[in-house]
Design a protein around this ligand. Structure first.
Ligand SMILES: NC(=O)c1ccc[n+]([C@@H]2O[C@H](COP(=O)([O-])OP(=O)(O)OC[C@H]3O[C@@H](n4cnc5c(N)ncnc54)[C@H](OP(=O)(O)O)[C@@H]3O)[C@@H](O)[C@H]2O)c1
Length: 400
């Protein structure tokens, strides 16, 4: 049971990169935070270790693999299973905040359930807002709950917007490190190896999001997220390349003033900020202490994005502006195309070609329900796989 001064948190995706860093924040602030629920997919050994350390009320996992289930029966005999287990974890009565940090689509329904149960949402999972932003934000408004960003860029925008009027914002400027291929030519991008595309210069993350950073698809998803989080038209959201990843995003106001948030690149800070809001917790004496030393910042560079080399960003703007089921199609096609690249079956530049072709074959549903969104995403996954076995003009151009 969380004490009155402790915030109870449920962590979906506790064994992942964001989940593990969330637990680092709990370790640093045990007087403020208490873990009520933990959930993951198939990494039972780590989930069991986390359960021993944090003694949550609920543990859940979703893997249907028989060996994983046997391991869970032994190490976590009381664990709940499946999406019902995730939902029970997300909505546990003692949880004040849900940290939504699963990858992929699985977190969408449990997150909506947590919103309806009145939980504050610390949102890391991009797909939730990209695919169903209209449903999630409407549900949050109705339930009167906050959706707090757990992403360095959106956290920077959110921090810069605190105390400001959204009507006085001219532009949101989302910074992008440019990823490992910032300076690569189109030819180099066509022939890039998986290893090089995974070598992100400033961030250590999972493979899918790292490839999405190399194509700037990740930035495109962030643009759509920012549109929903801050109710900002796409014409007022821009991407600025900033290779040092020190300035995490900026807000330009109508009087030409620009506010920006700076810190060394680390996900601990946006996670902590979402969990401490509206307070800021002093971490000088904790293991997370990581202050920026300005004399060590030799320079800060800013560049415009080359949309020709990074067509995934253009496609994300187009899908976002089109709205309805178009962003879900983008997500579904990307979920298939990135593994195809990681398995060496397509070129990096084929990813955009597959996304563009899938989008062009889709009949957009306006104002979709959750089932429409999930169906469009599943359709796009199938369509992207079909396209892989059926060469398109754009992919043929790539192999010339
Ligand atoms: N990493 C970052 O720096 C970062 C920054 C901003 C936003 N994000 C977003 O945050 C989310 C998580 O990213 P990540 O990098 O932490 O991913 P990750 O390291 O791949 O971890 C994914 C987590 O989700 C769990 N999971 C996957 N499929 C699941 C399923 N079907 N049911 C239940 N749990 C499932 C995994 O469990 P198992 O380990 O048991 O498989 C793991 O705990 C993504 O949407 C990503 O775009 C990440």
């Amino acid at each position: 049971m969380a004490t009155e001064t402790q915030r109870g948190i449920a962590v979906l995706g506790s064994t992942g990169s964001i989940g593990r860093q969330t637990l680092d924040v709990v370790r640093a602030f045990p007087d403020h935070l208490r873990v009520v629920a933990l959930a993951a997919h198939g990494n039972i050994a780590l989930l069991a270790e986390q359960a021993r350390e944090f003694a949550p009320e609920i543990v859940a996992y979703t893997s249907d693999d028989p060996a994983t289930q046997a391991q869970a029966a032994e190490l976590l005999p009381h664990a709940l299973h499946g999406v019902e287990g995730l939902t029970a974890a997300a909505t546990h009565p003692d949880a004040d905040t849900l940290v939504a940090a699963t990858s992929g689509l699985i977190g969408l329904r449990p997150t909506l359930a947590a919103i309806r149960a009145g939980k504050t949402i610390a949102l890391a999972n991009k797909e939730t807002l990209v695919m169903a932003g209209h449903l999630v934000m409407a549900a949050a408004r109705e339930a009167g709950v906050d959706i707090l960003p757990v992403d360095s860029e959106h956290s920077a925008l959110w921090q810069s917007l605190r105390g400001e009027r959204i009507a006085e914002v001219r532009r949101l400027l989302i910074t992008a490190s440019g990823g490992p291929l910032r300076q690569a030519t189109l030819e180099e991008m066509r022939d890039v190896t998986v290893e090089r595309a995974l070598a992100h210069p400033t961030w250590r993350m999972g493979q899918k999001i790292t490839i999405d950073s190399a194509t700037l698809m990740n930035k495109g998803l962030e643009v759509i997220e920012a549109h929903w989080l801050f109710d900002m038209p796409y014409d007022q959201i821009e991407v600025v390349v900033h290779p040092q990843s020190i300035i995490h995003s900026m807000v330009e106001f109508v009087d030409d003033s620009i506010k920006m948030q700076a810190s060394l690149p680390s996900m601990h800070l946006p996670i902590q900020d979402a969990l401490s809001y509206p307070a800021r917790w002093n971490r000088a004496e904790t293991a997370l202490s990581h202050p920026l030393s300005w004399p060590n910042v030799a320079r800060l560079d800013f560049e415009t994005v080359d949309m020709e080399r990074f067509p995934c960003l253009r496609l994300a703007y187009e899908a976002g502006r089109r709205g309805g089921t178009a962003p879900a199609v983008l997500v579904g096609a990307d979920e298939q195309a990135v593994p195809l690249f990681l398995q060496g079956k397509i070129r990096l530049t084929d990813i955009a070609a597959i996304l563009e072709e899938t989008l062009s074959r889709h009949t957009v549903i306006e104002d979709p329900t959750l089932d429409d969104v999930l169906a469009a995403c599943a359709w796009a996954q199938d369509e992207a796989l079909r396209l892989y076995s059926e060469p398109t003009a754009a992919r043929e151009r790539n192999s010339e």
